[in-house]
Design a protein around this ligand. Structure first.
Ligand code: ADP
Ligand code: GLC
Length: 486
């Protein structure tokens, strides 16, 4: 049985800033159900460190940059029964409140290269047998935070200290973890890794590149994104490297964790419902309108955004065309955190149109569930989107996704064309070309369909019956792991 170490910085439900946490939280159980033996490795951020139970000390871990050392602990995390977790205890690096990557002013921590270098180093030490009870055959690293794990495992293999292989999953190529050249000397990598064929990227150290260069297999979170990142437009400067590795690059679509995202069992909802008995959704919409001061009107289509407020998510299109949404008699609820200008724009709209627009700033897991349940349409007009999970949650909860045809959005939503409606494949609204007019036309299609309640219900029904489970993805990951051991 393949033994796999999952290396990640976030883990739902303990620590989440975005979809990475949802994936890292759902994949372990899915892999375990397919027969993999796996364990987790995480930095000891407060939410993780405090949740660890039945802990034992595995071994101390020296810092590669100088004096001091961390402790590698092993224990269990709530919700991950039978999947032991390794946690790096290093309070001076990780014991900081809030976001794992930056301070309250959104400034990345100056020692991030050290904080995440240690994560990679711990992975390689485990691959070398630091824990006499268990040793991974495959180290599976997620996003730039864990990218150095792949470089460290490669270094350990060169020194003949391990035979383990590594896999690297790109959740978002736009966040690369780049640091000044001086950081290299603090990472504990062999000097010859400072090279174009190593971790050097235009004179800087890139943790993302470390993953892409040294992983034995690379995956990303949708087939379309796997293709897109091999081109200049979405390659973020790494498309050449990705093209050179295309034989080892796999697009594996994320799934939906049905234990967390299921309107039939969701304890946060005013009323549960499913595709066979969708009536409860009306109660969820009424509750959402009431709580947020929107007009209590079942005939007004309720649009929703649950999102990090960043450039990636294409929200300026929504702001630009807000008047169209309002003129059509629509309502909009926004739950988001991030960019101050977007936040101000939605605040302003909510203040001007309190019966039609509601806005909540911050991260709120419970409200997110209530929004997907209460909304009729979820807006995901992203400029780029590796996979995207909110359109999948929208489908599951009967909120038709309106999306830009890009990345995982293109792979998961079928536009309401006449032919796809006739064959009952249509699940939402998809626009081509990232500009306001294209978005506006999709908005008009949504209003037109809303005028035909039976057709709307049929599309919603098709959407709610889609199954984006984790089983298929877990099988694909296991094939990738097995391919590495041949
Ligand atoms: P990304 O990882 O790029 O942010 P995804 O669509 O993959 O995008 O995942 C976003 C995840 O974060 C989803 O689980 C979504 O519900 C959640 N989310 C985003 N913003 C918020 C928020 N303000 N409050 C609660 N959950 C949020
Ligand atoms: C990233 C991407 C998002 C993806 C998520 C989980 O945050 O932006 O598209 O769904 O990772 O893989």
């Amino acid at each position: 049985m393949t033994q796999v170490l999952q290396v990640t910085a976030e883990l739902f439900p303990l620590l989440k800033t975005g979809g990475l946490a949802d994936v890292a939280g759902a994949l372990p159980a899915a892999l375990q159900a397919q027969g993999a033996s796996l364990r987790l490795l995480l930095p000891g951020f407060p939410a993780i460190r405090h949740a660890l139970r039945h802990e034992t000390l595995v071994a101390p871990l020296g810092y590669p940059w100088g004096e001091g050392r961390a402790a590698l602990l092993r224990g269990s995390l709530p919700g991950f029964d039978g999947i032991p977790a390794y946690v790096i205890e290093a309070p001076e690096l990780y014991d900081r409140p809030g976001n794992p990557y930056h301070d309250e002013g959104h400034i990345p921590y100056a020692d991030n290269h050290r904080r995440f270098a240690l994560l990679g180093l711990a992975a390689a030490r485990l691959a070398e047998g630091l824990d006499p009870d268990w040793r991974p055959d495959v180290v599976h690293a997620h996003d730039w935070h864990a990218g150095l794990a792949c470089a460290q495992v490669a270094a350990s293999r060169q020194r003949r200290r391990t035979q383990a292989r590594s896999g690297f999953t790109i959740h978002n190529l736009a966040y690369q973890g780049t640091f000044g050249a001086g950081a290299f000397n603090e990472l504990g990598l062999p000097p010859h890794f400072w090279a174009v064929e190593g971790v050097e990227f235009y004179g800087q150290v890139s943790f993302m590149k470390a993953g892409l260069q040294f992983a034995d297999a690379i995956t990303t979170v949708s087939p379309t994104y796997a293709h897109e990142i091999q081109g200049a437009e979405q390659g973020c400067g790494l498309d050449g490297l990705l093209r050179s590795r295309s034989a080892q690059l796999h697009g594996i679509l994320n799934g939906v964790d049905g234990a967390v995202w299921n309107p039939a069992t969701d304890g946060y909802l005013a009323k549960t419902y499913d595709a066979d008995r969708p009536e409860g959704k009306a109660a969820c919409k009424a509750a959402l309108q009431k709580t947020h001061g929107l007009a209590q009107d079942p005939t007004a289509p309720l649009f929703a955004i649950v999102s990090r407020l960043t450039e990636q998510k294409g929200l300026p299109l929504v702001v630009d065309a807000l008047q169209d949404l309002l003129d059509g008699g629509g309502q909009l609820i926004v739950l988001g955190a991030g960019d101050a200008r977007l936040d101000a724009a939605f605040n302003h709209a909510a203040a001007r149109h309190p019966l039609q627009v509601a806005h909540r700033t911050g991260m709120d897991e419970r409200l997110a569930h209530r929004i997907f349940a209460g909304a009729d349409i979820v807006l995901v007009p992203s400029r780029f989107e590796p996979c995207g999970l909110t359109q999948l949650y929208g489908l599951a909860y009967g909120a038709l996704p309106l999306v830009h045809r890009v990345g995982g959005l293109a792979d998961t939503v079928v536009d309401c064309t006449l032919e796809d409606m006739a064959s009952r494949h249509a699940t939402g609204f998809v626009f081509d070309g990232f500009h306001t007019d294209a978005y506006r036309r999709a908005l008009r299609r949504a209003f037109a369909l809303w005028q035909q309640p039976e057709a709307w219900a049929a599309v919603r029904d098709t959407g709610m019956r889609q199954r984006f489970g984790w089983n298929d993805a877990a099988k694909r990951y296991i094939e990738v792991y097995q391919g590495l051991q041949r």
